[in-house]
Design a protein around this ligand. Structure first.
Ligand code: ARG
Length: 456
């Protein structure tokens, strides 16, 4: 069955049919398709296109179609798309009455209604999974608020930080991702029903009533825009791509931290994999896959942006390409987020290895700040301490072992109390302002993080 055969003397070619069929992926929207059909049938009854008895038969028929589509195993469908499948199956259930349901509407508004409805339910499930990861990060941060590690910039040793600070540096971007996903959900929650093919509906169903019936927060403003836009899907894909970047960076850190060379964490057996050849291996495949899958999340955004960019106003068939990238982003997040959450929640922190990784060069900035406290302009202090560390490199001596007389050749401002500088804990404790790495500041940050977990 085709929904548009009347105009043609000959059937369309198999090649064109194969190119155009979307049933393989849009059958995923079968439950939403039925929901929209039911709401639209009620709207048609509201304007007298269906009488009460017809409405009742139609709703009952749609229920039977819904059950058939939801059966396990799923029925094979050879139709062009889910809209065609439902019309065909409804006809089989209730006969010619089924042919009234298409009155005043088009697959252009219908397909968008089902897709948008699907997103309003699917996005919150991904937000829940994201919250699981956020909670795991905060949970580990709570156990690591006073565990010192080297902090790095340019992948070079920089300054000491507490390990919780590094975990929370992943928490906050993910919290912004949550807001982006939520915004994408809200953007999707607009009903296009009543837009028709592009010009609106003359019958005259009320778009706002259909929107309310379907649980959308509002109806479209412009019928041409309603069938032509995919910006709401792009917003989800953009949120997914940015989240993908964040997951990938988190994964990269975990891959690094779980190496023998870093050894800051040990991944649980349940989140490690072995090698088919090397018996000793404990591989972080989960994080490598998450890092890898971020590529798809980025690609899905670029894919739909590219599809949309050159299109004339209103519906163009290219727009059928909207669904696969969106489904793939949702599926990928559905796989990556629980795996990341589980691996983070179960990993063991290795404080001994963190402690062992600390080295005096991490306190060079503190040494310069010591001189600033004794009146030197920071640039002068920076020069002097740079020369101190160059000297230590040359002479192969540890900076705390330099005697005061030698230190004074670099700056007369050095005094006995300089020895207090050589204390990693003192360094982090000094950075006690909001957002700083002092354990006390980090504990306050953890409280703020926990508050975002509970109130959203
Ligand atoms: N499967 C199509 C889509 O998702 C339905 C719309 C077809 N509309 C049309 N005018 N051919 O875009």
């Amino acid at each position: 069955m085709k929904l548009w055969g009347g105009r043609f003397a000959a059937p369309s070619s198999d090649a064109l049919d194969r190119l155009g069929h979307s049933i393989a992926f849009d059958r995923r929207l079968h439950a939403e398709e039925i929901q929209v059909n039911r709401a639209y049938a009620r709207a048609l009854a509201g304007v007298g296109v269906l009488d009460a008895a017809e409405l009742e038969r139609m709703l009952a028929g749609l229920d039977r179609v819904a059950a058939a589509l939801a059966a396990t195993p799923p029925p094979p469908l050879a139709d062009e798309d889910i809209h065609t499948a439902v019309e065909r199956m409804l006809f089989a259930e209730i006969g010619p009455l089924a042919r009234k349901l298409a009155t005043g509407r088009s697959r252009n508004d219908l397909s968008q209604a089902g897709f948008r409805l699907y997103l309003t339910a699917a996005i919150p499930t991904r937000i829940e999974a994201l919250d699981g990861l956020r909670a795991a990060l905060v949970g580990q941060a709570e156990t690591a608020a006073d565990a010192l590690v080297p902090g790095y910039t340019h992948m070079q040793r920089a300054q000491p930080v507490v390990f919780a600070q590094l975990l929370l540096a992943h928490f906050w971007p993910l919290t912004r991702d949550r807001a982006r996903l939520l915004a994408a959900r809200d953007r999707a929650a607009v009903s296009p029903m009543g837009a028709g093919a592009l010009a609106g509906n003359p019958f005259p169903v009320n778009p706002e009533a259909i929107a309310a019936d379907l649980g959308f927060s509002e109806a479209f403003e412009n019928s041409v825009d309603a069938v032509g836009t995919r910006d709401y899907a792009l917003e989800l894909l953009a949120a997914g791509a940015i989240l993908g970047v964040h997951l990938s960076r988190l994964a990269e850190d975990l891959v690094l931290w779980s190496t023998a060379e870093f050894g800051f964490v040990r991944l649980d057996d349940a989140f490690s994999t072995g090698s088919s050849l090397m018996p000793q291996k404990r591989n972080p495949d989960g994080f490598e896959l998450i890092r890898g899958k971020a590529g798809r999340l980025l690609g899905n955004l670029v894919s739909l942006l590219t599809t949309a960019k050159g299109l004339a106003t209103s519906y163009q068939r290219d727009l059928q390409e909207d669904k696969e990238p969106v489904f793939d982003t949702l599926d990928t997040l559905g796989l990556a987020l629980p795996a990341a959450a589980g691996a983070i929640a179960t990993m063991r922190l290795r404080r001994d290895r963190m402690q062992a990784a600390l080295s005096w060069d991490l306190l060079a900035t503190d040494l310069a700040e010591y001189l600033v406290a004794r009146g030197l302009p920071f640039r002068d202090a920076h020069d002097a301490v740079g020369a101190v560390f160059a000297h230590c490199d040359r002479e192969e001596v540890a900076p705390p072992d330099l005697d005061l007389a030698t230190l004074r050749t670099f700056s007369p401002a050095f005094a006995e109390d300089v020895r207090d500088v050589w204390d990693y804990r003192r360094s982090v404790e000094a950075r006690a302002g909001r957002g700083g790495t002092a354990p006390e500041a980090v504990r306050a940050q953890i409280e703020r993080a926990k508050a975002t977990l509970s109130h959203v």
